[in-house]
Design a protein around this ligand. Sequence first.
Ligand SMILES: Nc1ncnc2c1ncn2[C@@H]1O[C@H](COP(=O)(O)OP(=O)(O)OP(=O)(O)O)[C@@H](O)[C@H]1O
Length: 607
Amino acid sequence: MTVGKGRADEHEKEGPQEKAPSARPALRLVTAAAHDRTRLVACLLLSALSVGLSLVVPRLLGAVTDLVVAGVRGAGGVDLTAAGRLLVLAAVLVLASAAAAWGRGRLAQSVAQGTAYRLREAVSAKLSRLPMAYLDGRPRGDVLSRMTNDIENTSMTLQQALTQITAALLTLAGLLAAMLWLSPALTVVAVGMLVSSALVTQALARHSRPQYARQWDAVGEVNAFVEEAVTGHTELVAGGRTDRAGQAFAERNRRLYRAGLRAQFLAGVMSPATTFIGYLGYVLVAVLGGVRAASGELSVGDVQAFVTYTLQLGGPASAVASVVGVLQSGLSSARRVLVLLDAPETHEPARTTARPHDVSGRIRFDDVTFGYTPDRVLFEGLSFEAAPGETVAIVGPTGAGKSTVVNLLLGFHAPWSGRVLLDGTDIAELPRDILHRRVRAVLQDPWLFTGTIAENIAYGVDHASEDDIRRAARAARADHFVRALPHGYATVVGEDGGGLSTGQMQLIALARVFLCDPEVLVLDEATSAVDARTELLIREATARLRRGRTSIVIAHRLSTVRDADTILVMEDGRVVERGRHAELAARSGRYAALHARLDGGWSDTTT
Ligand SMILES: Nc1ncnc2c1ncn2[C@@H]1O[C@H](COP(=O)(O)OP(=O)(O)OP(=O)(O)O)[C@@H](O)[C@H]1O
């Protein structure tokens, strides 16, 4: 049993209803990036500078050619000083353009990383404001993936957009402007060739896409088959069915071979075809340019510059085309992050001011009606009370609603009607941090985070001294084993406990509650097996922890129910019996039946 557990599978069938983000992802992304306005503008300016400088270079080289041609034709010879000056200038411009491109790359990186940093912060803050119901409706991995993969993908795309895409678009625009300025007619020829090349690529891609899909299907079939054959190898051999399996594999393998061959053939044709069209355009422009140079319409240097521009035209065009896929994937990642950021939040405003009148730890469920989904009521008019210092044990078969009581008490879900009161104050009105300081839970699977044991014990308590931490660990019977670890309290543990046993993780979780010293303890007793010694330590620690504290315990130990001031027997969201152990056991009702059935199931029935 886990508290706050998701029922993602149920929701997945219908698919969580995702609202589109409130504005276009691209626009929101630009707004997010605009936080670094100065860097963003500098990045775009450097991009324009780098492209502009690189466009001037062919013109300079053309001018050198013109000088050489004029020198050869005229009597004065080639003006080597002027030509040299132009060449030096061209070299300087190439260097300056490269430097500007480097600066643009660095700035783009910092803008993209800064945006990712802010998105991660926003998502992290958002997660703490999301209602439990939101997380319940989704696989946890999906939310995690939005926070990590999607933000990373968004940031990469932003970086690419700022470097490759802007540079490619600017280069394309600059090249076209320079070419049109030199010769509109030749520009039409060059662009015509580029467009035909794009059309041929698209047509080939259209035909190769289904072939690729078929190839991946075939790969999937082969993988599935191999996996089955490997996992079921023993049965296959024992059943004498290896021959039939071999035939089936050969057939799938043949299908993969044929599909792969067809897909690769079309992909292989694509590059020679586009190269051929590119060279054809190059030849056409060179010939037509030569004719114009001969007729004196253009200088030889102009034709040379034009041919260079034509050669350069393919680069940015294919860069834009290849980045479109990346851009789409990045934008869909950005959309997933923004949908999460736009999700409706827990209604906090009302909670901010209320403080309980007294702090004795009285819990009252007052006529609570609740269900996880609108079509299914789980509790109807559930009422019970735990007086300060009392232990209320909740027992019942699986699905009875025991964890749900705890979920409501911790404010993870809100009742449809009725109230859950802590010392007379509706917990809906308490700020979450105050509620969770006063009502502390130790759940079945103790949660540890990556950090030292001391940090884990001090979680949620400000300014705990080393002494406080050790005292809490001693009270929770954890000090002994922690000190035996090579690094003692400084031992770093991870989410999985990093080598600690489940029982030891539970002791750490108990130490955490000792340190926090809340008025109310919520305990979901573990059912997982731990060794006898640790079990004893846990029992001692929980008994101590309950002393003088209101405790709501989902009980699995006979000792707990025996000690409890009130036992609530739940079934289908209702409290069917309540009372103390002795009177309920004597009544031969539900509790007695449960008791008899669980005899031996309750972990310490023999005590
Ligand atoms: N997040 C959720 N979304 C939808 N339904 C849920 C959710 N959590 C629990 N339920 C359903 O509510 C009912 C009560 O569940 P709950 O977990 O409170 O029972 P339980 O007594 O703690 O059972 P167990 O001992 O098996 O954990 C069950 O029918 C369960 O399927």
